[in-house]
Ligand binder design. Structure first.
Ligand SMILES: O=P(O)(O)OC[C@H]1O[C@H](OP(=O)(O)OP(=O)(O)O)[C@H](O)[C@@H]1O
Ligand SMILES: Nc1nc2[nH]cnc2c(=O)[nH]1
Ligand SMILES: [Mg+2]
Length: 160
């Protein structure tokens, strides 16, 4: 199936992160947050502010596409979070669920929350805000830039 794109603006991301924080409050308080770098860093910062949490640890998992067939590599372990008890894991999104699976294995007692979830990754989350179709590629604000688009009339002129 052809890939479609879903553009998320800074405003939308901020709203969705605040919505997630609201649903997380009754599940807390948390000892700390583990942000899944890099995509989880900005959502984690927004959520940390809302739930008043100042201890932020990170985990970095590098995954490879099917073509490269590599095993996911943990290039930074979340040592301050132990087995995850009392910790909250934040990522921007789950897609295949591979990243979430690796993270959960290392932090089995932590709660896993993300902003966006595709069907394959959804079962690996404890909480998410918006479901996105599997074939949709989410474009985050840090992936995109505003672009000049010529007026329609000028486009018609050049098309002859
Ligand atoms: O469920 P999955 O198929 O594993 O995909 C989800 C992961 O992919 C993206 O990270 P990416 O590995 O692209 O790295 P980044 O966060 O450093 O950009 C995203 O931020 C999630 O962490
Ligand atoms: N930006 C972005 N990164 C991803 N990594 C895995 N799926 C996605 C996606 O939909 N968007
Ligand atoms: Mg990521």
């Amino acid at each position: 199936m052809a890939t479609t794109y879903a553009t998320v603006t800074w405003d939308q991301l901020h709203r969705d992160a605040r919505l997630l924080a609201e649903t997380l409050i009754p599940r807390g308080p948390f000892k700390g947050i583990v942000a899944v770098t890099r995509g989880g860093l900005i959502p984690a910062a927004i959520i940390a502010r809302e739930i008043d949490c100042r201890l932020i640890e990170t985990i970095s998992v590098v995954t490879y596409d099917e073509e490269h067939q590599g095993k996911p590599q943990v290039v930074k372990a979340p040592v301050a979070a132990g087995d995850g008890e009392g910790f909250l894991i934040i990522d921007d999104l789950v897609d295949s669920g591979v990243t979430a699976q690796v993270v959960r294995q290392l932090l089995p007692k932590a709660l896993f929350a993300c902003l966006y979830a595709k069907p394959s990754g959804k079962p690996l989350t404890d909480m998410f805000v918006v479901e996105v179709p599997q074939e949709t590629w989410v474009l985050f604000p840090w992936d995109t830039a505003p672009l000049f688009i010529p007026p329609l009339a000028r486009k018609a002129e050049t098309a002859g």
